[in-house]
Design a protein around this ligand. Structure first.
Ligand code: ADP
Ligand code: ZN
Ligand code: ZN
Length: 835
């Protein structure tokens, strides 16, 4: 008998030992997935982390491994090492990391929701009676749990047969986002060899005079298959097979197709198609194979930067490329990536948000073609599983573009990691665990591989810039824009003053200067962007008589009015409420909306710029990937000329014709109660300003604020990152915030406010002897209730003197003690490291 340690996708510490029957032992290695029972009747897919000759403890009854899911390991030892580090550093269980890392299709468990794949064609597959029974029991729309399926059919351990059906693509993990699913095989059409000569073809076309539908279909085929070139070269092998769907389309040419097939003119074949998305839009690829093209030649500033980065990476593992917006950093990355690929190494290119993959995919695919894969959570699970598998094998993609979860993919020879827009807060995962910072984890991943890291941005995070200044990271600067375009001019409009002088009146959020500049841009066939960092119509609604404001019943926040939906929405928990007709406090009938969201800005813009072609980009208009791509595409092609949006429009988008950018309300960013508020405001404003005048001459930014005297506003106007850094660092040092210290936050959550308040006091009392004044709180957070749970927060400052390990040990011990108290055992205690 053998034994294995198995890591399960659960929030429990450590691994569990199971016995391994001799007949299974041969197929199990470290990294193999095995099915095991845990608890009374739940089954999970876990990952083997260790093979043991003897059980760690004698005399304990162990359960057996029920089945082996893989013929070869699905998780590589390097991945297990990284996950271990993440669990330890970010204070969660390795099981939680595993859960985040594996796509759903690779971690089947009793609770997994399954659906039947509507596109599955049983012909050509050998299905057993039980397979048929399983398929019949499943719906194509509504998911059914594996455990329910077992109960319904009166069968046990269906995991293996279900997995087999998943491999055949007959069954999928249920997802709301499965619209993008494409069938695995497609029917392709070829010209029969017998007709492959010009005279024979002409003869045939003549004969088809009397069957015009067939003739036109054949001509269409010859066109799609690029027959002229093949015929010229007398080489039938050059004829490209054409997908039947492409050929017949929706124009009902089925009859003509069947006739040509019967005549023996066209032949069909089934071909496997990868569900991995083609990296370029089909129309761009049309017939020609994805040819790699060499990168653009660099400008002299870029060349200098490239050489400096290369030299720096000879000495240090990490290099910060600090280049102003539009300095051409992306082209520098492309050269670095091409070099790494030429050396046979793999490259990981991380971007903060899915949003950014759209433009970049096209740009990178032009150079790297089929050597690139894209990975992110909006792709259907089946595609993610397929890429995962591919990365384990001999034809692993050498270049992966992805969001933070791409860190979890298997790599075989990672040589370079690019972290684009490294300052972006979306690199930090908030919920659930692991609450990791992908930028920092990427540095760790690279270290394990002896790989290099380039962190790129126009507005570095204070953490990274400090590391660069201290010499921990190398620093390369690009202070000039590509092509000698000047950075935009930034003018400040004092909204308070303008309102006082009645130069801004009524409900318009636009200052006179902004109005005239946008009008001039649109009249000159150029474009403008208006940035308002709030979605919805109005962030607050209030009763005119008594000042009552509707709030979420589950969270401690006021509700946002969405005009389009005609509903009130909670931006914390997503709850939707009707707009009240009457104030419940005073029965007043007049409610007014206060403040601006993007929806209201759009309405005001339609009034102020009636001639504009307006697009709005925020979370509400970009629920689907397609919608996002459409908006970007329309603006890029100039079909729309005024773009209104939240911080989504600040991200590294590259547009040619943006003359004016309006920052409508800087105060909303400046007044946030967060120690990073000013850093963040600088980054957002500098980034959105960076969208202006990228190619054709200098752009203009109109920055509207009620606090023009703030030093930060002046720093934005002068694009003076160094001044912002110096000032913010001074504050952080003085008040003890990162990067001067490290923070670990401890959030306690419970339905009962009394319980959570007392638990927080008790936990603080237990920790105070060790940390004294470095332990802050307990505090009631600004939003003190979310989704019916009351919150209390402790904040621990870890000063350079403390070893992080001992701090973590104290925290774990205090948590364990707290949860062992009967009164507090149902309190959730959540750690967040480097929040
Ligand atoms: P950044 O990433 O620093 O914001 P980009 O790499 O997006 O800058 O470059 C800004 C613009 O300049 C892009 O439109 C890009 O196509 C163009 N560009 C940059 N470098 C070159 C080059 N070497 N040759 C031609 N165009 C370039
Ligand atoms: Zn009222
Ligand atoms: Zn809510």
């Amino acid at each position: 008998m053998k034994y294995v340690s198995v890591l399960l996708p659960l929030a429990l510490p450590g691994t569990y030992t199971y016995t391994l029957a001799p007949e299974l032992a041969a197929s199990v290695q470290v990294g193999s997935r095995v099915v095991v029972q845990f608890g009374a009747r739940r089954y999970y897919t876990g990952v083997v982390t260790q093979l043991l000759e003897a059980p760690p403890q004698a005399g304990v009854a162990l359960k057996p491994v029920v089945g082996v899911a893989d013929t070869a390991p699905t998780v590589l030892p390097a991945q297990l090492r990284l996950w271990q580090w993440m669990a330890q550093y970010y204070m969660c269980s390795e099981g939680e990391v595993l859960k985040a890392a594996l796509p759903a299709g690779l971690k089947l468990e009793s609770e997994t929701l399954l659906v039947r794949n509507a596109d599955f064609d049983a012909a050509g597959h050998h299905l057993t009676a039980r397979d048929e029974q399983l398929l019949q029991a499943l719906d194509t729309e509504r998911g059914k749990k594996l455990s329910e399926l077992e109960k319904e059919l009166g069968l046990k351990s269906l995991m293996a047969p279900v997995r087999r059906l998943m491999d055949l693509q007959a069954v999928q993990v249920s997802e709301t986002l499965s619209q993008g699913f494409k069938p695995r095989t497609e029917t392709r059409v070829r010209l029969a060899e017998a007709y492959f000569s010009e005279p024979r073809l002409n003869e045939l076309l003549d004969a088809l005079q009397r069957a015009p539908a067939q003739q036109s279909l054949l001509l269409n085929y010859l066109d799609l298959a690029q027959a002229p070139a093949a015929l010229r070269l007398q080489n039938a092998a050059l004829l490209a097979p054409v997908a039947k769907r492409t050929l017949c389309g929706a124009r009902g040419s089925e009859a003509a197709f069947s006739a040509l097939r019967k005549r023996g003119v066209l032949q069909v074949e089934q071909a496997e198609v990868s569900r991995l998305r083609p990296v370029m839009p089909p129309e761009a690829v049309a017939g020609t194979p994805l040819a790699d093209r060499s990168p653009k030649p660099l400008g002299s500033e870029q060349q200098r930067a490239l050489e400096e980065v290369r030299r720096a990476l000879g000495e240090k593992q990490v290099c910060l490329l600090h280049g102003v917006t539009s300095s051409g950093k992306t082209e520098v990355y492309i050269h670095l990536m091409a070099e790494a690929l030429a050396q046979g190494r793999q490259v990981l290119y991380l971007v903060p948000e899915i949003a950014l993959t759209t433009q970049l995919t096209e740009r990178l695919a032009r150079v790297f073609g089929g050597r690139m894969a894209v990975y992110h959570s909006k792709f259907p699970d089946t595609e993610r599983v397929e890429l995962w598998r591919r990365q384990l094998g001999p034809d692993a993609c050498p270049l992966v573009l992805g969001v933070r979860s791409a860190l979890f993919l298997p790599f075989q020879r990672l040589g370079l990691v690019i972290v684009d827009e490294e300052h972006e807060t979306s690199y930090k995962q908030q919920d659930p665990a692991p609450r990791y910072q992908a930028r920092d984890t990427a540095v760790m991943l690279a270290r394990q591989w002896g790989a290099k890291v380039v962190l790129g941005t126009a507005t570095p995070s204070l953490e990274t810039y400090r590391n660069a200044r201290s010499g921990k990271y190398a620093l390369v600067e690009m202070p000039l824009r590509y092509g000698h375009v000047e950075l935009p001019e930034i003018v400040v409009e004092d909204v308070k003053e303008l309102r006082r002088k009645k130069l801004m009146t009524g409900s318009s959020p636009f200052s006179p200067r902004l109005l005239s500049e946008v009008r001039a841009a649109l009249a000159g066939h150029e474009q403008a962007i208006l940035f308002q960092n709030r979605r919805g119509y109005a962030p607050v609604v209030e009763c005119r008589t008594c000042g009552w404001t509707p709030r979420c019943t589950r969270c401690d926040v006021s509700l946002t009015l969405h005009r389009g939906l005609n509903k009130l929405v909670c931006h914390y928990c997503g709850s939707v409420y009707d707009v009240p007709l009457q104030c419940p406090a005073c029965e007043g009938r007049e409610l007014r909306d206060v403040g601006y969201g993007t929806e209201k800005v759009e309405e005001e813009a339609r009034r102020a710029f009636p001639e504009a072609r307006i697009a709005r980009m925020d979370l509400d208009t970009t629920r689907s990937r397609a919608a996002y791509e459409r908006i970007i595409g329309e603006f890029q092609r100039g079909e729309k000329n005024l773009l209104i949006g939240t911080q989504m429009v600040t991200k590294g988008l590259d547009f040619d014709r943006v003359r004016v950018v309006g920052i409508l309300n800087a105060d909303q960013m400046l007044n946030q109660a967060d120690f990073r508020a000013h850093e963040r405001a600088f980054q957002l404003m500098a980034q959105v300003a960076g969208r202006a005048g990228r190619r054709s001459g200098r752009g203009l930014v109109v920055l509207q604020t009620r606090q023009p005297q703030l030093p930060l506003v002046e720093q934005v106007v002068r694009s003076d990152y160094a001044a912002m850094y110096a000032m913010q660092m001074e504050e952080r040092e003085q008040f003890g915030f990162p990067p001067a210290v490290r923070l670990i936050s401890v959030m306690l959550k419970h339905r009962d406010e009394q319980v959570v308040a007392h638990a927080a006091e008790a936990l603080a009392a237990a920790l105070r002897p060790a940390f004294g004044p470095d332990l802050l709180g307990p505090d009631r957070p600004v939003v003190s209730r979310v989704q019916l749970l009351h919150l209390r927060k402790l904040l621990l400052k870890v000063r350079p003197g403390f070893t992080p390990q001992s701090v973590r040990r104290s925290l774990w011990a205090a948590r364990q003690w707290l949860l062992s108290q009967a009164a507090y055992k149902s309190v959730a205690v959540v750690f967040d490291v480097d929040p």
